[in-house]
Write a protein that binds this ligand. Sequence first.
Ligand SMILES: NC(=O)c1ccc[n+]([C@@H]2O[C@H](COP(=O)([O-])OP(=O)(O)OC[C@H]3O[C@@H](n4cnc5c(N)ncnc54)[C@H](OP(=O)(O)O)[C@@H]3O)[C@@H](O)[C@H]2O)c1
Length: 343
Amino acid sequence: MLNIGIIGATAYTSLELIKILLRHPEVKISFLGVRRTDRPKISDIFPSLQGQIELPCNSIQEKEVPDNLDVAFITLPPTISMKYVPHFIQKGIKAIDFSADYRFQDSALYEKWYKARHTDSTGITKAVYGLPELFRDKIKNTQLTANPGCYTTATILALAPLLAKGLIEPDDIIVDAKSGVSGKGREAREDTHYCECNENTEAYAVGGHRHSPEIEHILSTQTGKSVSIQFVPHLIPMNRGILCTIYCNPKIRTGASALNDEAALNIYREFYQKEPFIRLKENNTLPKTKDVSHTNFCDIAVKVTEKRIVILSAIDNLIKGAAGQAVQNMNVMCGFKEETGLK
Ligand SMILES: NC(=O)c1ccc[n+]([C@@H]2O[C@H](COP(=O)([O-])OP(=O)(O)OC[C@H]3O[C@@H](n4cnc5c(N)ncnc54)[C@H](OP(=O)(O)O)[C@@H]3O)[C@@H](O)[C@H]2O)c1
């Protein structure tokens, strides 16, 4: 049994993580770290956990890290995470960070978008981007995994097969993305108040969302081409789920080499043939957030229209977009079967 710690146990993503880890046969949650100092039981914070785990939470204010952990999940916000991650790394503990602090290997790019100095220059260069479908071999051997963002997971998984084959223009891609409100976290904010987001749909951060450079950075690194996207996220009135509709231009439009629906789908079938969490939609069915809710699946469809190729992907932002993907990464890092605890 591996001993697991969660740093930031009061987060939405931590609740999902705890639920998954409780049904994982190879691990035991032994430390829950929170910023408050009154040592609440986790079931007092999340009453749905009552009767399943009664562990008290410890304060992380002193940054004292227990020695007996095998894996630590850090579910703190960006710029806060990097203050904690190095303590685990120094003690030889495997760490999986949920924030953006280790997702860019380039600290200048991070600092431009997160408006903060990166204080762990060693960690940022050593961390591996935790998208197992693309980087499994590197994740196997790393001590520090940067769990991807939720929009980025849905977008990268949708685009990677066609970009890898060089079949779409890499610099003319439009990503129209919609997310449920839990994507913005549990902390109270004006735009996530019930009266603000209920019965409302709106775009936000047009041209300035921080997942945009993450998508471009990872896809450019992976394909060796300069990938450029126009990313527009929307907040929609549901609790969880992400749907991305992605518009791209095929490199070849006419003739025998031009893609049709079946040829495009075959590329995805081949690219993801061994992936346990990718489901391709066929026979004119399309991804829906309901179909992936509370699961670690990413559902993908690809359609070749007269004008563009349209790719659709759906995930649960809290599971494949966060906690489920983190456990998938832990399974890879620790040599467990990748689906353990997740299916
Ligand atoms: N929500 C998603 O769908 C999603 C998806 C992918 C990745 N992520 C990333 O996962 C992480 C957690 O996200 P979330 O949505 O679960 O967050 P959340 O519900 O808003 O919770 C944030 C957590 O961070 C703690 N925290 C905030 N500021 C802190 C500080 N200065 N010092 C110590 N602790 C602090 C909070 O503690 P208190 O309870 O004391 O405030 C809480 O435990 C973030 O990095 C986020 O970007 C989230």
